[in-house]
Design a protein around this ligand. Structure first.
Ligand code: PEP
Ligand code: MG
Length: 886
């Protein structure tokens, strides 16, 4: 087994092994771009280390060989005292986790080699600065020492010098810092700072491996749904220096604007600085365009390389580079993270440039991104609220909430259900929990590539960064803005991540143009390039999709909207939703009925309401299938709360209302310990005579009425919670009788399929039998998940899922994304056995999973005919149905 790859040995397709950074460094090396030589230790070695607590056999030998090769290529040895080779030790996992894991720079410096570096560079100050950075980073990362101790020491020395700029520190000051840092290490770590270069390197490698399991990395992975067991590769790269004077510097660049997707020069540059200074947003950078003035040759070369990379990767790339005394070096590239809008725009730009085809364009965008574009944004009119400043539009969207100044407060208030905006000078990886909890993030420092911007974009969270006019006082719990505005914790602010505007007060929000386009209110020609891009990709997805997309809707308005959003019918009309509001009374009477006559009277009162509901829906979905599910939930859901009612009756004593007494008696009679497993679904239909029959008659008569009015109604009648074919047969036979009777009496023949939901494991396991009696199946994966796992769908998410997620028992709630192995296996079995018994059996899904991207792909793989989801998710499901087929 090979654990170490030289940069010349890898390539971009080896991300599993070399991580994103290592694979792309190798790719750039092979493209002939200026990458400092180095090698990568594989993620496999990391996995072995994390699992066994020790490095795999043979790794040390391989590292020796590669280090020797690197030393001979560079003509100097690691830490060589008169002319040291220095290396960086950087993490790099398969999926980018910005700032989440560790990096150590300048490895190889010690009390001797610092002099060698000084004389080689001709710069004492630079050498001592590099050395103190090594001890600082190494102390924090490898030896686990609180980073503030080092920062405080720097502040001390600066104060003594009467300056607040690191740049004013002299070689002597920095040398003093080295001494102080060594004392900190000795006191806090209980050992000396290791001066042996090779020991430094080995310890740094292990620290990078360990950082895979740092709390913030774990949290980030959970957020981004990155698997927990991948491990990280480690890149050992010969150092180049951006801090060797004004002809040196370091920067980041994007080949297109990651916020909007527009082509142009986007990036930040920092003169005389080393790596992390830019990404951390610690010092204010200049726009990349300025580099043209500072160092034209390097600037031209950089643009040339950016074009090479875009054409090679056929995608927008982001880049980290360093200029060492006028020589440009590439330190990293990858396909860049981008906002949802930029993803659609860039895909279509590349399509127009002929770099990718339509299939690839659809692959480059996701349903989650489309969902983000459907979020509301601020209205143009912002009467009565004051715009207090403008920052950079780092991650789009509109967020309104109370200002909070620490991650802890954000988490605390959000936990109480409050909406908050996290306001910081700049964020760092420790702020992650607060960023997750907040509606949006506002910072006063740092550019579009700062930590806040990168992480917020990744999370799809609204972010305005670098609002430099703001003076943020975290300790004081307030910030000030121009014009004497002071905003304290708890004051409501609004931030616009698309424009960068910041308002004091609450700004109203409006629908996104993408939603207006789907609604048919914004013709494609009138839309901006985003709407055009969405339109193009959606057309292609629809053309490719094998799955149809239907809606879960139970009123004419939702049905009409679903249709505008592209629904191919209704996959689930929950009839119990029609019994709420005023009609609850009628259901109450049905339940309280003491004899057949009373029951019939109650049913007769309900029937016209049902009929007119169905007519409205058939009209909205004219010509398209409408699956109507007969009443499903336990009846007591329609009755008053048992405790409240008991108290009322008890307090009234002898005076208690006769109706209340009867109600209480019914509530007690119908009370169940496990209502979800009780009298509901098909069981209700079998136990309460006439209930299902009334519904079927209302469906048939509504359909007949629509047909007479010239419409084309296509009803499908669906029986819920069936566990045995016998249940289905009984209600099916009754339903057929009623359909025939209505056909007879109305003289109109509207065919209606009769099918069932598959919501119980027994139904899935006996699907072959059930299919004999069912003309279609619809997987009710909410209940199927509940009954397969034995998880109460109403309780567990709040009760203990967060702990389960923390423990990694699953990476995402099985109520959100279909559990392929368990629930999915039942779906497969039922689909196969159902279709074997009844070839061509129509199959759909109507649980919440029908609008979840990963689950849509699963449904495609299993060969279902359609997914059904809430109207707002329909475009997402259409896009994913198309992507699944590509
Ligand atoms: C289901 O169980 O997946 C389903 C769609 O039905 P309901 O959510 O109404 O129980
Ligand atoms: Mg159900």
């Amino acid at each position: 087994r090979k654990f170490v790859y030289d940069f010349t040995e890898g390539n971009k397709d080896l991300k599993d092994l070399l991580g994103g950074k290592g694979a792309n460094l190798a790719e750039m090396t092979n493209l002939g771009l200026p990458v400092p030589p180095g090698f990568t230790i594989t993620a496999e070695a990391c996995r072995h280390y994390l699992e066994h607590g020790s490095l795999p056999d043979g790794l040390a030998d391989e590292v020796n060989r590669h280090l020797a090769a690197l030393e001979s290529a560079m003509g100097k040895k690691l830490g060589q005292s008169d002319d040291p080779l220095l290396v960086s030790v950087r993490s790099g996992a398969k999926f980018s986790m910005p700032g989440m894991m560790e990096t150590v720079l300048n490895v190889g410096l010690n009390d001797e080699s610092v002099h060698g570096l000084a004389s080689q560079a001709g710069d004492e100050r630079f050498a001592w600065d590099s050395y103190r950075r090594l001890i600082q980073m190494f102390g924090k990362t490898v030896m686990d020492i609180d980073g503030d101790l080092f920062e405080d020491a720097v502040e001390d020395v600066k104060r003594a010098r009467g300056s607040d700029d690191d740049g004013d520190l002299t070689a002597g000051d920095l040398r003093e810092l080295v001494d102080r840092f060594k004392v900190i290490v000795r006191e806090k770590a209980g050992r000396e700072f290791p001066t042996d270069p090779r020991e430094q390197m080995d310890l740094a490698v292990e620290a990078v491996f360990d950082s895979w399991n740092a709390p913030r990395a774990i949290l980030y992975r959970r957020q981004e749904r990155i698997p927990v067991d991948l491990g990280t590769a480690v890149n050992i790269c010969s150092m180049v220096f951006g801090n060797m004077g004004l002809d040196s510097g370091t920067g980041v660049a994007f080949t297109r604007d990651p916020a909007s997707g527009q082509q142009g020069i986007y990036g930040d540059y920092l003169q005389n600085a080393q790596g992390e200074d830019v990404v951390a947003g610690i010092r204010n950078t200049v726009p990349l365009k300025e580099l043209e003035r500072i160092d034209k040759a390097s600037y031209d070369r950089l643009l040339e390389i950016m074009e090479t990379l875009e054409n090679h990767y056929r995608d927008m790339c982001d880049i980290e580079f360093t200029i060492e005394r006028g020589k440009l070096w590439m330190l990293q590239t990858r396909v860049g993270k981008r906002t949802a809008g930029a993803a659609f725009r860039i895909a279509c730009q590349l399509l127009d440039q002929g770099l990718i085809d339509l299939d690839e364009a659809a692959r480059r965008v996701t349903g989650d991104q489309l969902a983000q574009l459907m979020f509301p944004r601020f209205t143009d009119r912002v009467d009565g609220v004051k715009k207090i400043t403008k920052g950079m539009n780092a991650s789009p969207g509109a967020a309104v909430g109370k200002a909070v100044f620490t991650s802890e407060r954000a988490v605390e208030l959000a936990g109480r259900g409050e909406e908050v905006i996290l306001v910081r000078r700049e964020t760092n990886p420790d702020d992650l929990a607060g960023m997750v909890a907040a509606r949006g993030v506002l910072t006063s420092r740092g550019g579009k590539t700062s930590h806040a911007a990168v992480v917020a974009r990744g999370m799809g969270k609204t972010c305005v960064c670098g609002a430099e006019e703001l003076d943020v006082d975290v300790k004081g719990g307030h910030f000030t803005a121009p014009g004497g505005v002071t905003v304290r914790e708890g004051d409501v602010i609004s931030i616009d991540g698309s424009s960068g505007d910041v308002y004091l007060g609450e700004v109203a929000v409006e629908d996104s143009p993408v939603v207006r386009y789907f609604e048919g209110q914004l013709p494609v020609g009138d839309g901006d390039d985003l709407v055009k891009a969405v339109h193009r990709v959606m057309e292609h997805a629809d053309a490719r999709a094998a799955l149809k997309v239907r809606a879960n809707a139970d009123n004419p308005e939702d049905s009409a909207r679903a249709r505008r959003f592209g629904a191919a019918g209704i996959g689930l009309c929950r009839t119990e939703h029609m019994f709420l509001g005023d009609r609850r009374q009628l259901v109450e009477e049905l339940i309280l009925a003491e004899d057949d006559d009373e029951r019939q009277a109650a049913l007769d009162a309900l029937e016209p309401h049902q009929k007119s509901d169905f007519e409205g829906i058939f009209e909205a979905m004219d010509g398209l299938p409408v699956t109507i599910r007969l009443i499903d939930p336990p009846l007591h859901e329609f009755l008053p709360d048992i405790t409240e009612l008991s108290v009322r009756v008890a307090l009234a004593g002898d005076e208690a209302d006769a109706k209340d007494r009867r109600l209480l008696e019914a509530v007690n009679r119908l009370h169940e310990q496990n209502p979800m497993l009780g009298l509901r679904g098909v069981r209700l239909g079998l136990v309460i005579p006439g209930l299902f029959g009334m519904q079927v008659r209302a469906i048939a008569e509504a359909a007949a009425a629509r047909r007479r009015a010239g419409g084309d109604p296509r009803p499908e009648i669906m029986i819920p919670l069936v566990g045995a074919v016998q249940e289905l047969e009984a209600v099916r036979d009754e339903a057929r009788g009623i359909l025939a009777a209505v056909r007879e009496s109305s003289g109109v023949d509207v065919p209606a399929l009769i099918g069932t939901m598959i919501e119980l494991p027994r139904a899935a396991l006996t699907a072959g039998q059930i299919a004999e009696a069912a003309e279609f199946f619809s997987f009710g994966t909410n209940d199927l998940t509940q009954t397969t796992w034995g998880f109460s769908r109403d309780d567990v998410e709040a009760a203990f899922f967060s702990r389960y997620l923390e423990l990694g028992i699953f990476g995402v709630s099985p109520f959100e994304t279909l559990d392929r192995e368990g629930v999915g296996r039942l779906v497969r079995i039922a689909a196969e056995e159902g279709r074997r018994a009844r070839p061509g059996l129509k199959l759909g899904i109507c649980g919440e999973h029908g609008g979840d991207p990963d689950s849509v792909h699963f449904c495609h793989e299993v060969g279902l005919d359609y997914v059904s989801c809430s109207p707002f998710r329909i475009p997402v499901a259409r896009l994913e149905a198309g992507r699944a087929a590509i």
